[in-house]
Ligand binder design. Sequence first.
Ligand code: HEM
Ligand code: MG
Length: 232
Amino acid sequence: SNYPWIAPGPNDLRSPCPGLNTLANHGFLPRDGRNITVSMIVEAGFKAYHIQAEFLIRAGKVGMLTSHEAETLSLDDLKLHGTLEHDASLSREDFALGDNLHFNEEVFSTLANANPDSDYYDVTSAGQAQHARLADSIQRNPNVTNTIFQSLSRSSESASYLSVMGDPIQGVAPKRFVQIFFREERLPIEEGWKRPSVPSNVTSIGILAEQIAKVSEWQPTGDNCPAIVLAP
Ligand code: HEM
Ligand code: MG
């Protein structure tokens, strides 16, 4: 293909987001992970995942807050805790407990082992995994932050992996694809994945996120001050 997967080198930057890292690993975004604009994210996300612009513009603009530059970010800027990066991630440790940037197999085991007896993840298993990850953070992390904004973000992220690795309408995705996406930050093309023929957008992701959130039985933690970190 024109966009071969190549593992990042020692000077390439990556983010806490498997979606963006996969785009960089295939060259839809700059492989060095630097000098990335919202427009580049919009083009890459459409080409690789069939995600329509509005969703990528929203996330991309908030993401820009994590950068010192006016119009670009480097992927590792996005690890700034409390802007988009949050606790109880599916594949990264909480900020207060260690490395909130790199993939962590132990953290990921909750999602990896979700929906036993099926080859697929769906909105139910996604909500259950979110519930379990938050319960773990509340138990182990005295500094856990868990606001309504972060809850909405987490459900949108779960909706995103179901959409880009599977069906953006049904919210069903093969486990094998999702696991390769998280673990290797690779499009599982050799395993049979294809770019979804149906686009994802703010509406479709919102519909799935709402179903996922319902299953997750989310409750705020602490004073739930909805502060967002506006700059590094
Ligand atoms: C996290 C998917 C675009 C920033 C995540 C997660 C998924 C995901 C599944 C959850 C990771 C986890 O819980 O361990 C995607 C997909 C995208 C996309 C498929 C399509 C291109 C973006 C954009 C931005 C962004 C445009 C901002 C520029 C982040 C950040 C996190 C994240 C900062 C870390 C949140 C956390 O878990 O603490 N993304 N994302 N993502 N995403 Fe994305
Ligand atoms: Mg996180």
